[in-house]
Design a protein around this ligand. Structure first.
Ligand SMILES: NC(=O)c1ccc[n+]([C@@H]2O[C@H](COP(=O)([O-])OP(=O)(O)OC[C@H]3O[C@@H](n4cnc5c(N)ncnc54)[C@H](O)[C@@H]3O)[C@@H](O)[C@H]2O)c1
Length: 170
């Protein structure tokens, strides 16, 4: 099993990389991260020598780089943790949020569609789902700008799910 993990140098993505390499020692994990202020390579230092791990410094909005990586690796699954994630920054600079969180998501969805990836996991946030009941996925909690962007990227993913029959988005 090959998994592309974006944002793997970040807080949650880094923990996911460690968890997966430990629990599934035969899986190949390809981490894509542009190393913004939030990325920290020290998080990944313990796995850099693992032969089942590859780190690629790339921006998820860079279509050519992402397509090239998908062509090289032919992943089975994509898990997208790459994001601008801090609410206060979304108020100061919403443009960078739109670029990474919306346009970057679209680049990944396009690549999944182009290369026939059947499973895509979008990592969302409690600021979208809040305390909503699990059996009401139609409801969203949209108090902050960051939450609205998270919501919009999920709408985008729903759109791709409808137009790409083979893509299983979670
Ligand atoms: N931290 C939390 O408590 C929490 C809780 C719920 C949900 N989430 C969600 O999980 C996701 C990840 O959160 P986190 O706390 O790990 O974030 P983080 O800010 O710690 O890490 C984000 C990572 O994405 C990378 N990145 C940013 N823009 C990129 C781009 N354009 N291309 C490639 N890489 C890019 C950064 O370099 C960084 O390594 C976010 O969507 C966040 O909203 C986080």
């Amino acid at each position: 099993m090959k998994i592309i993990v974006t944002g793997g140098a970040g807080f949650i993505g880094g923990n996911f990389v460690h968890y997966m390499l430990k629990k599934y020692s035969d899986y190949r994990i390809i981490c894509v991260d542009s190393l913004t202020y939030a990325g920290n390579m020290e998080t990944l230092a313990p796995v850099m020598d693992n032969e089942n791990f590859r780190f690629v410094k790339a921006d998820i909005t860079d279509r050519d780089a992402i397509n090239k990586l998908f062509e090289e690796e032919h992943p089975d699954i994509v898990v997208n943790f790459a994001a601008e994630s801090h609410v206060d920054r979304s108020i100061e600079n919403p443009g960078v949020f739109l670029n990474t969180n919306i346009m970057g998501t679209q680049v990944l969805m396009d690549a999944c569609r182009k290369y026939g990836i059947v499973r895509y996991h979008q990592v969302s946030t409690d600021e979208v789902y809040g305390d909503l009941p699990l059996d009401r996925p139609d409801l969203f909690f949209t108090e902050t700008h960051q939450a609205r962007i998270q919501h919009q990227r999920q709408v985008l993913i729903c759109l791709f799910r409808h137009i790409t029959e083979h893509l299983n988005c979670l």
